[in-house]
Design a protein. Structure first.
Length: 354
Protein backbone atom coordinates (compact mmCIF):
# COMPACT_ATOMS: atom_id res chain seq x y z
CA UNK A 1 0.00 0.00 0.00
CA UNK A 2 1.27 3.47 -0.83
CA UNK A 3 1.89 6.29 1.61
CA UNK A 4 1.31 10.00 0.90
CA UNK A 5 5.02 10.49 0.17
CA UNK A 6 6.52 13.50 -1.56
CA UNK A 7 9.45 14.35 -3.74
CA UNK A 8 11.64 17.18 -2.46
CA UNK A 9 13.10 19.41 -5.10
CA UNK A 10 15.40 22.41 -4.61
CA UNK A 11 13.74 25.21 -6.54
CA UNK A 12 16.23 28.00 -5.76
CA UNK A 13 17.93 29.85 -2.95
CA UNK A 14 16.55 32.52 -0.65
CA UNK A 15 18.35 35.83 0.05
CA UNK A 16 20.47 34.13 2.73
CA UNK A 17 21.69 31.50 0.27
CA UNK A 18 19.54 28.82 1.94
CA UNK A 19 18.04 26.22 -0.38
CA UNK A 20 14.30 26.68 -1.02
CA UNK A 21 12.68 23.29 -1.08
CA UNK A 22 9.34 22.46 -2.70
CA UNK A 23 7.63 19.14 -2.09
CA UNK A 24 6.15 17.77 -5.27
CA UNK A 25 3.70 14.89 -5.53
CA UNK A 26 5.41 11.76 -6.81
CA UNK A 27 4.43 9.87 -9.93
CA UNK A 28 2.81 6.46 -9.42
CA UNK A 29 0.97 7.50 -6.26
CA UNK A 30 -2.66 8.25 -5.41
CA UNK A 31 -3.16 11.15 -2.98
CA UNK A 32 -6.09 12.06 -0.76
CA UNK A 33 -7.15 15.70 -0.80
CA UNK A 34 -8.88 18.50 -2.66
CA UNK A 35 -7.67 18.88 -6.24
CA UNK A 36 -7.60 22.66 -5.69
CA UNK A 37 -4.91 22.17 -3.02
CA UNK A 38 -2.92 19.25 -4.38
CA UNK A 39 -2.58 20.43 -8.00
CA UNK A 40 -0.39 23.25 -6.65
CA UNK A 41 2.11 20.60 -5.57
CA UNK A 42 2.66 18.98 -8.96
CA UNK A 43 5.95 19.66 -10.71
CA UNK A 44 5.55 22.32 -13.44
CA UNK A 45 5.42 21.05 -17.05
CA UNK A 46 5.55 17.42 -15.89
CA UNK A 47 2.15 16.12 -17.08
CA UNK A 48 1.69 14.96 -20.69
CA UNK A 49 -2.07 14.53 -20.35
CA UNK A 50 -4.61 14.98 -17.56
CA UNK A 51 -7.73 12.85 -17.97
CA UNK A 52 -10.68 13.21 -15.61
CA UNK A 53 -14.34 13.24 -15.03
CA UNK A 54 -15.40 15.82 -12.42
CA UNK A 55 -18.56 15.77 -10.32
CA UNK A 56 -21.41 16.56 -12.78
CA UNK A 57 -23.60 18.60 -10.38
CA UNK A 58 -26.29 15.94 -10.30
CA UNK A 59 -26.60 15.45 -6.54
CA UNK A 60 -24.17 12.57 -5.90
CA UNK A 61 -22.91 12.17 -2.32
CA UNK A 62 -19.34 13.14 -3.19
CA UNK A 63 -20.43 16.55 -4.52
CA UNK A 64 -22.78 17.53 -1.66
CA UNK A 65 -20.21 20.11 -0.49
CA UNK A 66 -20.90 22.10 -3.68
CA UNK A 67 -24.06 23.90 -2.65
CA UNK A 68 -24.88 25.72 -5.88
CA UNK A 69 -24.30 25.53 -9.60
CA UNK A 70 -22.02 28.57 -9.26
CA UNK A 71 -19.92 26.83 -6.60
CA UNK A 72 -19.64 23.76 -8.86
CA UNK A 73 -18.66 25.81 -11.92
CA UNK A 74 -16.06 27.75 -9.93
CA UNK A 75 -14.56 24.58 -8.45
CA UNK A 76 -14.05 22.94 -11.87
CA UNK A 77 -12.90 26.26 -13.35
CA UNK A 78 -10.22 26.58 -10.68
CA UNK A 79 -9.09 23.01 -11.30
CA UNK A 80 -8.66 23.78 -15.03
CA UNK A 81 -6.76 27.00 -14.19
CA UNK A 82 -4.38 25.14 -11.88
CA UNK A 83 -3.51 22.78 -14.75
CA UNK A 84 -1.86 25.44 -16.87
CA UNK A 85 1.53 25.36 -15.15
CA UNK A 86 1.70 21.59 -14.70
CA UNK A 87 0.73 20.42 -18.21
CA UNK A 88 3.77 20.40 -20.45
CA UNK A 89 3.65 22.71 -23.48
CA UNK A 90 1.84 20.90 -26.29
CA UNK A 91 0.07 18.63 -23.74
CA UNK A 92 -3.65 18.07 -23.17
CA UNK A 93 -6.47 17.89 -20.65
CA UNK A 94 -9.23 15.44 -21.57
CA UNK A 95 -12.47 16.19 -19.69
CA UNK A 96 -15.24 13.61 -19.63
CA UNK A 97 -18.46 15.41 -18.75
CA UNK A 98 -22.19 15.43 -19.59
CA UNK A 99 -24.92 18.02 -19.90
CA UNK A 100 -27.02 18.37 -16.74
CA UNK A 101 -30.30 16.79 -17.80
CA UNK A 102 -32.39 17.67 -14.75
CA UNK A 103 -31.27 21.17 -13.84
CA UNK A 104 -33.78 22.54 -11.31
CA UNK A 105 -35.02 25.97 -12.40
CA UNK A 106 -37.38 27.88 -10.08
CA UNK A 107 -38.26 30.27 -12.90
CA UNK A 108 -39.31 27.60 -15.36
CA UNK A 109 -43.03 27.53 -16.09
CA UNK A 110 -44.83 24.26 -15.44
CA UNK A 111 -44.48 21.95 -18.40
CA UNK A 112 -47.99 21.61 -19.85
CA UNK A 113 -47.64 17.94 -20.79
CA UNK A 114 -50.73 16.08 -21.92
CA UNK A 115 -49.42 12.52 -21.91
CA UNK A 116 -52.03 10.86 -24.06
CA UNK A 117 -50.48 7.39 -23.81
CA UNK A 118 -50.94 7.44 -20.02
CA UNK A 119 -54.40 8.96 -20.02
CA UNK A 120 -56.97 6.85 -18.24
CA UNK A 121 -59.81 9.37 -18.34
CA UNK A 122 -61.23 10.70 -21.64
CA UNK A 123 -61.73 14.17 -20.04
CA UNK A 124 -59.59 16.73 -21.88
CA UNK A 125 -58.14 20.06 -20.78
CA UNK A 126 -60.74 21.80 -22.99
CA UNK A 127 -63.57 19.89 -21.20
CA UNK A 128 -62.29 21.13 -17.83
CA UNK A 129 -61.84 24.71 -19.03
CA UNK A 130 -65.34 24.72 -20.53
CA UNK A 131 -66.93 23.29 -17.36
CA UNK A 132 -65.07 25.83 -15.21
CA UNK A 133 -66.24 28.70 -17.43
CA UNK A 134 -69.85 27.49 -17.22
CA UNK A 135 -69.70 26.82 -13.44
CA UNK A 136 -67.18 29.25 -11.97
CA UNK A 137 -68.52 28.60 -8.45
CA UNK A 138 -67.44 24.91 -8.47
CA UNK A 139 -64.27 23.83 -6.75
CA UNK A 140 -61.96 21.10 -8.10
CA UNK A 141 -63.75 18.30 -6.30
CA UNK A 142 -67.13 19.43 -7.60
CA UNK A 143 -65.77 19.82 -11.14
CA UNK A 144 -64.46 16.25 -10.95
CA UNK A 145 -67.90 14.96 -9.92
CA UNK A 146 -69.55 16.92 -12.71
CA UNK A 147 -67.17 15.52 -15.35
CA UNK A 148 -67.09 11.99 -13.89
CA UNK A 149 -63.34 11.88 -13.28
CA UNK A 150 -60.93 12.14 -10.35
CA UNK A 151 -59.78 15.35 -8.71
CA UNK A 152 -56.24 14.43 -9.75
CA UNK A 153 -57.32 14.35 -13.40
CA UNK A 154 -58.71 17.88 -13.06
CA UNK A 155 -55.43 19.02 -11.54
CA UNK A 156 -53.35 17.32 -14.26
CA UNK A 157 -55.44 18.80 -17.05
CA UNK A 158 -55.20 22.29 -15.54
CA UNK A 159 -51.62 22.31 -14.32
CA UNK A 160 -49.88 19.74 -16.48
CA UNK A 161 -47.41 17.11 -15.32
CA UNK A 162 -44.09 17.82 -13.78
CA UNK A 163 -41.06 16.12 -15.27
CA UNK A 164 -39.66 13.86 -12.59
CA UNK A 165 -39.99 14.34 -8.87
CA UNK A 166 -43.75 14.80 -8.45
CA UNK A 167 -46.06 17.62 -9.40
CA UNK A 168 -44.96 19.96 -6.61
CA UNK A 169 -41.23 19.63 -7.28
CA UNK A 170 -39.28 22.36 -9.05
CA UNK A 171 -39.37 22.10 -12.82
CA UNK A 172 -36.19 20.93 -14.49
CA UNK A 173 -34.55 21.74 -17.79
CA UNK A 174 -31.38 20.78 -19.65
CA UNK A 175 -28.23 22.73 -18.80
CA UNK A 176 -25.56 22.52 -21.50
CA UNK A 177 -21.94 22.26 -20.32
CA UNK A 178 -20.15 23.27 -23.52
CA UNK A 179 -20.23 27.01 -22.71
CA UNK A 180 -18.74 26.45 -19.25
CA UNK A 181 -15.99 24.19 -20.69
CA UNK A 182 -15.07 26.81 -23.28
CA UNK A 183 -14.88 29.55 -20.63
CA UNK A 184 -12.79 27.38 -18.27
CA UNK A 185 -10.35 26.67 -21.10
CA UNK A 186 -10.09 30.26 -22.29
CA UNK A 187 -9.65 31.72 -18.81
CA UNK A 188 -6.84 29.27 -18.06
CA UNK A 189 -4.94 29.72 -21.36
CA UNK A 190 -5.98 26.42 -22.98
CA UNK A 191 -7.68 26.01 -26.36
CA UNK A 192 -10.58 23.65 -27.03
CA UNK A 193 -8.76 21.41 -29.50
CA UNK A 194 -11.33 18.67 -30.08
CA UNK A 195 -14.61 17.22 -28.85
CA UNK A 196 -15.82 13.65 -29.05
CA UNK A 197 -18.94 11.87 -27.93
CA UNK A 198 -18.93 8.73 -25.82
CA UNK A 199 -22.04 6.64 -26.53
CA UNK A 200 -22.70 4.48 -23.46
CA UNK A 201 -25.55 2.21 -22.36
CA UNK A 202 -28.95 3.93 -22.17
CA UNK A 203 -29.67 4.63 -18.50
CA UNK A 204 -33.40 3.80 -18.49
CA UNK A 205 -33.54 3.48 -14.71
CA UNK A 206 -32.47 7.13 -14.33
CA UNK A 207 -34.89 8.37 -16.94
CA UNK A 208 -38.30 8.14 -15.34
CA UNK A 209 -39.41 11.03 -17.51
CA UNK A 210 -39.08 9.17 -20.79
CA UNK A 211 -42.65 7.86 -20.62
CA UNK A 212 -44.21 11.23 -19.78
CA UNK A 213 -42.35 13.70 -22.00
CA UNK A 214 -40.42 14.14 -25.22
CA UNK A 215 -37.07 13.89 -23.43
CA UNK A 216 -34.70 11.26 -24.79
CA UNK A 217 -33.06 8.72 -22.55
CA UNK A 218 -29.59 9.62 -21.27
CA UNK A 219 -27.04 7.67 -23.35
CA UNK A 220 -24.05 9.84 -24.23
CA UNK A 221 -21.39 12.05 -22.69
CA UNK A 222 -18.65 14.31 -24.05
CA UNK A 223 -14.89 14.23 -24.17
CA UNK A 224 -13.40 17.71 -24.48
CA UNK A 225 -9.71 17.91 -25.42
CA UNK A 226 -8.04 21.13 -24.19
CA UNK A 227 -4.60 21.93 -25.59
CA UNK A 228 -1.78 23.92 -23.99
CA UNK A 229 0.09 25.85 -26.70
CA UNK A 230 3.49 24.32 -27.46
CA UNK A 231 5.08 21.68 -29.62
CA UNK A 232 2.86 18.57 -30.00
CA UNK A 233 4.13 15.37 -31.62
CA UNK A 234 1.50 13.71 -33.79
CA UNK A 235 2.55 10.05 -33.92
CA UNK A 236 0.03 7.92 -35.79
CA UNK A 237 2.13 4.81 -35.15
CA UNK A 238 0.89 4.75 -31.55
CA UNK A 239 -2.20 3.01 -32.95
CA UNK A 240 -2.60 0.30 -35.56
CA UNK A 241 -4.21 1.34 -38.88
CA UNK A 242 -7.34 -0.57 -37.78
CA UNK A 243 -7.49 1.37 -34.50
CA UNK A 244 -7.09 4.67 -36.36
CA UNK A 245 -10.02 3.79 -38.58
CA UNK A 246 -12.17 2.46 -35.72
CA UNK A 247 -11.69 5.12 -33.04
CA UNK A 248 -8.45 7.16 -33.33
CA UNK A 249 -9.87 9.39 -36.05
CA UNK A 250 -13.53 9.07 -35.04
CA UNK A 251 -15.62 11.61 -33.15
CA UNK A 252 -18.01 9.03 -31.71
CA UNK A 253 -16.72 6.36 -29.34
CA UNK A 254 -19.06 3.45 -28.62
CA UNK A 255 -18.22 1.89 -25.28
CA UNK A 256 -20.44 0.01 -22.84
CA UNK A 257 -20.81 1.61 -19.39
CA UNK A 258 -19.32 -0.07 -16.34
CA UNK A 259 -21.92 -2.68 -15.34
CA UNK A 260 -21.14 -2.95 -11.60
CA UNK A 261 -21.07 0.47 -9.93
CA UNK A 262 -21.14 -1.17 -6.50
CA UNK A 263 -17.86 0.28 -5.18
CA UNK A 264 -18.05 3.72 -6.85
CA UNK A 265 -21.21 5.32 -8.24
CA UNK A 266 -19.77 6.99 -11.34
CA UNK A 267 -16.91 5.02 -12.90
CA UNK A 268 -15.98 5.36 -16.53
CA UNK A 269 -14.79 2.23 -18.37
CA UNK A 270 -11.00 1.72 -18.31
CA UNK A 271 -11.01 1.74 -22.12
CA UNK A 272 -11.99 5.40 -22.09
CA UNK A 273 -8.81 6.81 -20.43
CA UNK A 274 -6.82 4.08 -22.19
CA UNK A 275 -7.81 5.39 -25.61
CA UNK A 276 -6.97 8.98 -24.64
CA UNK A 277 -3.61 7.87 -23.19
CA UNK A 278 -2.65 5.86 -26.27
CA UNK A 279 -3.75 8.63 -28.61
CA UNK A 280 -2.06 11.56 -26.87
CA UNK A 281 0.98 10.32 -24.92
CA UNK A 282 4.13 8.21 -25.28
CA UNK A 283 5.11 5.32 -22.97
CA UNK A 284 7.05 6.63 -19.96
CA UNK A 285 5.16 9.96 -19.83
CA UNK A 286 3.01 10.94 -16.85
CA UNK A 287 -0.78 11.01 -16.85
CA UNK A 288 -2.84 12.79 -14.18
CA UNK A 289 -6.38 12.27 -12.88
CA UNK A 290 -7.35 14.74 -10.16
CA UNK A 291 -10.83 13.15 -9.67
CA UNK A 292 -9.53 9.58 -9.78
CA UNK A 293 -12.47 7.84 -8.06
CA UNK A 294 -12.01 4.09 -8.39
CA UNK A 295 -8.62 4.46 -10.11
CA UNK A 296 -9.61 3.79 -13.76
CA UNK A 297 -7.13 6.28 -15.27
CA UNK A 298 -4.23 4.99 -13.15
CA UNK A 299 -5.03 1.40 -14.12
CA UNK A 300 -5.12 2.42 -17.80
CA UNK A 301 -1.74 4.16 -17.35
CA UNK A 302 -0.20 1.06 -15.76
CA UNK A 303 -1.55 -1.16 -18.53
CA UNK A 304 -0.05 1.13 -21.19
CA UNK A 305 3.33 1.71 -19.51
CA UNK A 306 2.77 5.32 -18.52
CA UNK A 307 3.27 6.89 -15.07
CA UNK A 308 0.29 8.29 -13.20
CA UNK A 309 -0.65 10.67 -10.40
CA UNK A 310 -4.09 10.28 -8.86
CA UNK A 311 -6.00 12.62 -6.53
CA UNK A 312 -9.39 12.24 -4.84
CA UNK A 313 -11.18 14.01 -2.01
CA UNK A 314 -12.94 10.90 -0.67
CA UNK A 315 -10.66 8.66 1.47
CA UNK A 316 -12.72 5.55 0.59
CA UNK A 317 -12.10 6.11 -3.13
CA UNK A 318 -8.41 6.78 -2.56
CA UNK A 319 -8.11 3.34 -0.91
CA UNK A 320 -10.10 1.80 -3.75
CA UNK A 321 -7.86 3.43 -6.38
CA UNK A 322 -4.68 2.35 -4.54
CA UNK A 323 -5.91 -1.26 -4.42
CA UNK A 324 -6.85 -1.13 -8.12
CA UNK A 325 -3.31 0.10 -8.93
CA UNK A 326 -1.71 -2.66 -6.82
CA UNK A 327 -3.82 -5.26 -8.65
CA UNK A 328 -2.98 -3.80 -12.07
CA UNK A 329 0.76 -3.79 -11.25
CA UNK A 330 0.58 -7.43 -10.03
CA UNK A 331 -1.28 -8.47 -13.21
CA UNK A 332 1.29 -6.67 -15.36
CA UNK A 333 4.20 -8.35 -13.54
CA UNK A 334 2.56 -11.77 -13.85
CA UNK A 335 2.04 -11.27 -17.59
CA UNK A 336 5.71 -10.31 -17.99
CA UNK A 337 6.85 -13.36 -15.99
CA UNK A 338 4.58 -15.68 -17.98
CA UNK A 339 6.00 -14.23 -21.17
CA UNK A 340 9.61 -14.69 -20.00
CA UNK A 341 8.94 -18.31 -18.95
CA UNK A 342 7.23 -19.28 -22.18
CA UNK A 343 9.50 -21.72 -24.09
CA UNK A 344 10.99 -20.22 -27.22
CA UNK A 345 9.49 -22.21 -30.14
CA UNK A 346 12.19 -24.23 -31.92
CA UNK A 347 12.53 -23.41 -35.57
CA UNK A 348 11.75 -26.42 -37.73
CA UNK A 349 13.49 -26.67 -41.11
CA UNK A 350 10.91 -26.16 -43.81
CA UNK A 351 10.38 -29.28 -45.89
CA UNK A 352 10.10 -28.33 -49.48
CA UNK A 353 8.33 -30.56 -51.93
CA UNK A 354 10.58 -30.70 -54.95
C1 LIG B 1 -17.20 11.29 -11.55
S1 LIG B 1 -16.26 10.72 -10.23
C2 LIG B 1 -14.80 10.11 -11.04
C3 LIG B 1 -14.88 8.64 -11.33
C4 LIG B 1 -13.63 8.08 -12.00
N1 LIG B 1 -13.42 8.62 -13.32
C5 LIG B 1 -13.72 6.55 -12.09
O1 LIG B 1 -13.68 6.00 -13.18
O2 LIG B 1 -13.85 5.92 -11.03
C6 LIG B 1 -15.69 12.19 -9.46
C7 LIG B 1 -14.76 11.99 -8.27
O3 LIG B 1 -14.29 13.28 -7.85
C8 LIG B 1 -14.08 13.25 -6.45
N2 LIG B 1 -14.06 14.66 -6.01
C9 LIG B 1 -15.10 15.50 -5.84
N3 LIG B 1 -14.66 16.74 -5.52
C10 LIG B 1 -13.31 16.69 -5.52
C11 LIG B 1 -12.28 17.64 -5.29
N4 LIG B 1 -12.56 18.91 -4.99
N5 LIG B 1 -10.99 17.24 -5.38
C12 LIG B 1 -10.68 15.94 -5.67
N6 LIG B 1 -11.62 14.99 -5.89
C13 LIG B 1 -12.91 15.36 -5.83
C14 LIG B 1 -15.19 12.38 -5.91
O4 LIG B 1 -14.84 11.81 -4.67
C15 LIG B 1 -15.37 11.33 -7.04
O5 LIG B 1 -14.65 10.16 -6.75
Amino acid sequence: MQSDSQLQVIVGQDIHGKNEVKEFLQPDHVYCGDARELLRRIQPNSIACSIWSPPYFVGKDYEKYLHSYTAWREMVGEVVRLHYSIIRPGGFIVINIADILCFADLNMPRFQAETLNQRRSPVTRDDVLRARAQHPQLNRDQLAKLLGCSEQTIDRRLNGNNIRGGKYATQTRVKLVAGAVERWAKTAGFYVYDRRVWVKDPTWQNSEWHSSSYRAVDEFEYLYFLWKPGSTTVNRRRLSPGEWAKWGSRAVWFMPSVRANDDHEAKFPIDLPKRAIRLLTEPGETVLDCFIGSGSTAVAAIQTERHYIGIDLTPRYVNLARSACAEAIAAKQKALLDQAERPVPSIQPMLLDV
